[in-house]
Design a protein. Structure first.
Length: 349
């Protein structure tokens, strides 16, 4: 059999057909139209739809999608209170255990292998005895509970201070305490922030947040001092999340109650722990005079941040039942309930 006969025959659709004059004219017109459209779009004003102009170069830069935060809450055990208060003496670890045990203990909320973020208040370059920052002894005790009792994989400690981050973490004793206990400290830098979407928030519906320490986190715990605040009357658990915001956050001081209630939507923590052992009673939030600090014996823990702050405002700051407006706003936004009656359990040493 000849080689010509063995060669497979091409399918007819592969046969090149001659191009008619009409088809050629149509293709030329289409090409001219596309070229003209592209030229027009390239010269159209930058704010026109489909314009290709990019005088600043920003349109060609990738814009990452805003991130969202998960819900880090864990259901409490049946019969447990929403707020637990430890009263009496003992070291920081004993006081913390007494506060957590009525809620089910730390092992109910953190599982072996979890990555946990602890958010203390490290806003100012102050020594711990001034009550303006979180208690380093309480932080150290909490990290040990998380790593030893709950067998967390990693405990991160992060804040975005108002003053120099390195100085604030050093002077407050927070860095040394975290590292002694085996925690990992995260300090902010310009690449550590990303825009966050917070549905329902009025001021921070889209706002940059200190993202890096939140990456792949399973549980989040707030650890804050109870202290006076010259703008919103008190800085406690919910106000503590302000320290995760980036950007020009000082503008929110004009509407301080709204921003604090927005923070209750932004962060739904696993637990909130309040320190009522060194209470800055006046000249907050910065303090600076030891005479403004009142010694106390309360360590609080809770799963309802609104009730927790309301109880602390009345009993630790001793401000009565005329609560700050941000607590009522947070309740209206569904973040908790200001009426703590019947939902608080006090444990004494």
């Amino acid at each position: 059999m000849s080689a010509e006969r063995d060669r497979p025959k091409q399918h007819p659709e592969y046969v090149k057909q001659p191009l008619s004059r009409r088809a050629f004219a149509a293709r030329v017109a289409a090409a001219a139209g596309l070229g003209g459209a592209a030229a027009w779009l390239a010269g159209a004003p930058a704010d026109w739809p489909l314009s290709l102009r990019d005088p600043t170069g920003l349109r060609s830069m990738p814009s990452p999608r805003p991130m969202t935060l998960g819900d880090y809450r864990v259901d409490k055990p049946a019969g447990a209170p929403d707020v637990s208060v430890s009263r009496g003496g003992g070291d920081a670890l004993e006081r913390l255990r007494r506060a957590l045990d009525p809620l089910g203990g730390i092992t109910h909320y953190v599982r072996p292998g979890d990555i946990v973020l602890v958010k203390p208040n490290v806003a100012f370059d102050r020594s711990p005895n001034l009550g303006a920052t979180s208690n380093p002894e309480l932080l150290e005790a909490l990290i040990r509970l998380l790593l030893v009792d709950a067998r967390a994989q990693e405990v991160r400690v992060a804040d975005n201070p108002i003053e120099s981050p390195a100085d604030c973490f050093a002077k407050s004793g927070i860095r040394a305490a975290a590292e002694r206990a085996g925690g990992r400290v995260y300090l902010p830098d310009s690449n550590a922030f990303r825009v966050l979407q917070t549905p329902g928030a009025r001021l921070i519906a889209e706002w940059p947040i200190f993202r890096r320490p939140l990456t792949n986190v399973d549980r989040v715990i707030g650890l804050a001092p109870v202290k006076d605040h010259n703008l919103c009357s008190a800085s406690m658990g919910m106000k503590n999340w302000y320290g995760l915001l980036g950007g020009r956050r000082n503008q929110f001081h004009q509407d301080i109650h709204e921003i604090v209630s927005d923070l209750s939507l932004m962060m739904k923590p696993t637990l909130t722990i309040l320190d009522g052992t060194h209470v800055l009673m006046k000249n907050g939030p910065t303090g600076g005079d030891p005479s403004d600090v009142k010694p106390g014996d309360a360590v609080l823990a809770g799963v309802d941040p609104v009730a927790l702050d309301a109880w602390a405002y009345e009993h630790v700051l001793e401000r009565g039942r005329e609560l700050p407006r941000y607590l009522h706003l947070a309740e209206a936004k569904g973040s908790g309930h200001v009426d703590w009656q019947g939902r608080v359990r006090e444990v004494r040493a």
